[in-house]
Ligand binder design. Structure first.
Ligand code: ADP
Ligand code: ADP
Ligand code: MG
Length: 471
């Protein structure tokens, strides 16, 4: 078993990994940059080391991180999500330097991180993919010609993209012509690669993804699916496990398809295969070769500790579970509580958290790195808390979600909390009938997102809590 792990990340996911280490008797090492000096991951890890003043550079410096891991006697690095987690060169450097990278082999990251190469591998393995480019596009002329063949609308996508960025829907040749240079420029800035490709836009699909685990002995299992159709601008807001929109036949078909996809690339460690579903048609979209933000909801319905499994797999141990051992029970929802203002086009709202009171009670889990008095730095992700609720059935999990969102007090910044309550109250959400167009189709939900809890009322409650608890 691994003994000492460096966590090449920050925020809630670093804390999540430190918690797993602590439960497993493994020493944890945090890294941070100066703006993150007061981060919870720095306080909670067994050891912490600064990687400089620049807010981001330290987290993105493979050489500095690997050499720190060696100096401090770590035998492994957990990359979390974002930052270097899907950087094949980083994984390769770890392999060369004798540090265990907690994730798949660098060659697999390379292959799946490139969305056109991933499409090739899936096509070869007999996994259905969306109609589209065979490889990267050479130029606009090729894009226009291909779009005519597959038919509009099309999606223009950054080959190395992630986090919902570098994707544009184009409904006509004129739109494709305008968007082409924009996507290239966004891809270059965000991902350091100008490569783009094109695929058919599936209209109003459901985003269904399957959590998989593979060990170094060739075993692969799936932990059922998540429904991430509640998105804004291709970014997930609320995630659900299992999907309340699948028949048992669809569920078992998609689960098997994900295992087939993972086996085709000899996948090791935790990963997610993302699909689009329309009617009864399933298309492979991409594979994320890392732990995902929403791994929490799968943990709640299956009881499997995904981060622990990742560490055990990286230690060379076989999977704890066979497919038939994995059951799921009830439903779980995850709300990505972002420091953003839904009423102001989701503008980031960084600043000091004057009061934070965590939701609790039955079926509630919170993954976060914030605390009262914490100042959210403006340099990173705007997600500041993941609120996860679990209940035995769909109606109850919605009620529990509303109650837990009501429980929480997060003051000093504007968040998406009230907006999520409006979504939970919508009849289509309650009826479990929604797709990736739900958010854009319901702009009226934004209008009410403040009314539910007027600022004065929030202030009155905060004052009452403060008086009661001596804050
Ligand atoms: P998930 O895929 O786990 O549901 P996201 O797509 O929101 O979550 O990505 C998680 C984090 O990782 C976000 O901060 C996102 O910006 C970042 N990220 C994802 N993919 C990439 C990538 N290819 N390059 C850089 N950052 C990425
Ligand atoms: P990222 O790497 O940024 O997560 P994805 O390829 O997973 O990018 O796409 C993100 C989201 O964009 C999907 O969840 C889906 O809502 C939308 N999307 C991507 N490709 C298509 C497509 N071909 N048709 C319709 N929607 C798509
Ligand atoms: Mg994706």
């Amino acid at each position: 078993m691994l003994k000492k792990i460096l966590i090449a990340n920050r925020g809630e996911i670093a804390v999540r990994i430190i918690r797993a280490c602590s439960e497993m008797g493994i020493t944890s090492v945090a890294i941070y940059t100066e703006p993150d000096r007061y981060g919870l991951h720095v306080k909670r890890a067994d050891e912490s080391y600064s990687l400089g003043d620049d807010p981001i550079a330290g987290y993105l410096n493979p050489r500095a991180i690997v050499s720190l891991a060696k100096q401090t006697g770590c035998d492994a690095i957990h990359p979390g999500y974002g930052f270097l987690s899907e950087n094949a060169d980083f994984a390769k450097l770890c392999e060369e330097q004798g540090i265990q990278f907690i994730g798949p082999k660098s060659s697999v990251i390379n292959n799946m991180g490139d969305k056109t190469q991933a499409r090739d591998s899936m096509r070869a393995a007999g996994v259905p993919i969306t109609p589209g480019s065979d490889g990267n596009l050479k130029d606009l002329a090729e894009a226009l010609e291909l779009a005519e063949t597959i038919g509009y609308p099309v999606m223009l996508k950054a080959t190395s993209g992630g986090g919902g960025r570098g994707i544009r829907r184009c409904d006509s040749a004129a739109e494709l012509t305008t968007q082409y240079p924009r996507v290239i420029s966004e891809a270059t800035k965000a991902f350091g690669s100008a490569e783009v490709f094109l695929e058919k836009c599936i209209v109003n699909p459901k985003h269904i993804e399957v959590q998989i685990l593979g060990d170094s002995h060739g075993n692969v299992v799936h932990l059922y699916e998540r429904d991430c159709s509640i998105q804004r601008r291709n970014q997930k807001l609320i995630e659900i496990a299992p999907s309340p929109q699948l028949t048992p036949e669809q569920r078992s078909y998609i689960g098997d398809l994900a295992v087939k996809a993972a086996q085709a690339v000899s996948y090791e460690n935790a990963g997610t295969v993302e699909f689009l579903l329309t009617g009864n048609q399933v298309y492979f979209m991409e594979m994320n070769t890392r732990v995902q933000v929403e791994h929490t909801i799968t943990e709640q319905i299956t009881g499997v500790d995904i981060v622990r499994e990742q560490i055990q797999i990286a230690s060379g141990m076989p999977l704890t579970y066979r497919q038939e051992d994995i059951q799921f029970r009830g439903f779980a929802l995850q709300f990505r509580i972002n420091a953003e203002d839904p009423k102001n086009d989701f503008l980031p709202s960084f600043g000091r958290i004057s009061h934070y009171y965590a939701p609790g009670g039955p079926g509630v889990r919170v993954d976060t790195a914030i605390y009262t008095g914490y100042e959210i730095p403006p340099y990173y992700d705007s997600m500041c808390l993941k609120l996860v609720v679990w209940a035995l059935n769909w109606d109850d999990v919605i009620q529990r979600g509303k109650r837990a969102l009501d429980d929480m007090r997060l003051q000093g910044i504007t968040t998406t909390t009230e907006y999520y309550k409006q979504i939970l109250d919508h009849k289509d959400f309650k009826a479990a009938e929604f797709n990736t167009s739900f958010v854009p189709d319901h702009p009226e939900l934004l209008k009410y997102s403040e009314k539910a809890r007027p600022a004065e009322m929030a202030l009155a409650i905060a004052t009452a809590i403060a008086a009661h608890t001596g804050w």
